[in-house]
Design a protein around this ligand. Structure first.
Ligand code: NAD
Length: 246
């Protein structure tokens, strides 16, 4: 109770609050994180199936995982945590969301300033001629691997695989937001995947208050986090919103 009150007070006084979100915020929308038993990542080892080397060597094999990933993300709907962040933006308290998720759920919940740090499953890209496509241009339900209309190469979702660089614009603007933030909400991330995990660390060095929302303690909790709010994001974020609106 005290933590909610204290956090609400900090947020009301903030001038440049941002949020960093991870897979945990979308678990209640039915998208498994890396730990969810029986989820996508239980069946497809991310070290193999989410690696750019694997995609280059054998795109057909990796597309087995991609078909499922796109099906899961396109079926999912935003949950109460996504809507709570959209509401914080409407209240002019949240300046930007930097998300590691590729599911487009923040945008679907109504957030307008979202940095897709690891890309988005809505688009496909040709690694050879760089042509871009909307995923809806293809009928992926039939499990036909999409190819580039210009050069014929197998397309890749414009999500960042392990071994690929973060898009320059996302990297640059996230760094600027992190340096200028006075409060960072860190939600549903294990904070071990870099460079995204560096964002709260950069913000903290520059004086930001770090408020973490997670089911369990993470790498950040004891050394970096100022306030740790434990629980599912679909419960804790709407609860916090109530305190802010009081
Ligand atoms: P992670 O799987 O490493 O960690 C998820 C974190 O969320 C854990 O700390 C877990 O305790 C917490 N969590 C789980 N359910 C929660 C809930 N209901 N409320 C609050 N916290 C909850 O995820 P990560 O740190 O984001 O790193 C995984 C990488 O995999 C990211 O780079 C991301 O791009 C990708 N990924 C994305 C999606 C997606 O788009 N939804 C899903 C899986 C993985």
């Amino acid at each position: 109770m005290d933590d909610y009150r204290k956090t609400a007070d900090i947020i009301r006084k903030s001038k440049n609050m941002i949020a960093l979100t991870g897979a945990g915020i979308s678990v209640e929308s039915g998208i498994p994180d890396f730990r969810s038993a029986g989820g996508l990542w239980d069946r497809y080892d991310p070290a193999v199936y989410a690696s750019i080397d694997s995609f280059r060597k054998n795109p057909e094999k990796v597309w087995n995982m991609i078909f499922e990933m796109i099906e899961i993300t396109s079926r999912a709907k935003p949950n109460k945590a996504h809507y709570a962040l959209a509401e914080l933006e409407k209240l002019k308290l949240l300046k930007a969301i930097i998300t590691q998720n590729i599911d487009n759920l923040h945008q679907e919940a109504g957030s307008s300033n979202v940095i897709d740090y690891h890309g988005n499953t809505k688009n496909l890209v040709c690694m050879s001629c760089h042509s871009e496509y909307d995923v809806s241009d293809f009928s992926l339900a039939e499990k036909k691997i999409p190819c580039c209309g210009s050069c014929g190469r197998i397309l890749k979702p414009s999500v960042i695989f392990f071994g690929e660089n973060i898009p320059q614009q996302a990297m640059y603007s996230s760094q600027r937001y992190a340096e200028n933030a006075d409060v960072v909400l860190v939600i549903g991330t294990s904070a071990i995947v870099y460079p995204a995990a560096g964002i709260p660390r950069t913000a903290k060095i520059n004086g930001a208050v770090i408020i973490e929302f997670n089911l369990e303690r993470t790498e950040l909790t004891s050394g970096l986090t100022d306030i740790f709010i434990q629980g599912s994001a679909g419960r804790t974020l709407p609860e916090l919103l109530k305190y802010i609106s009081q």
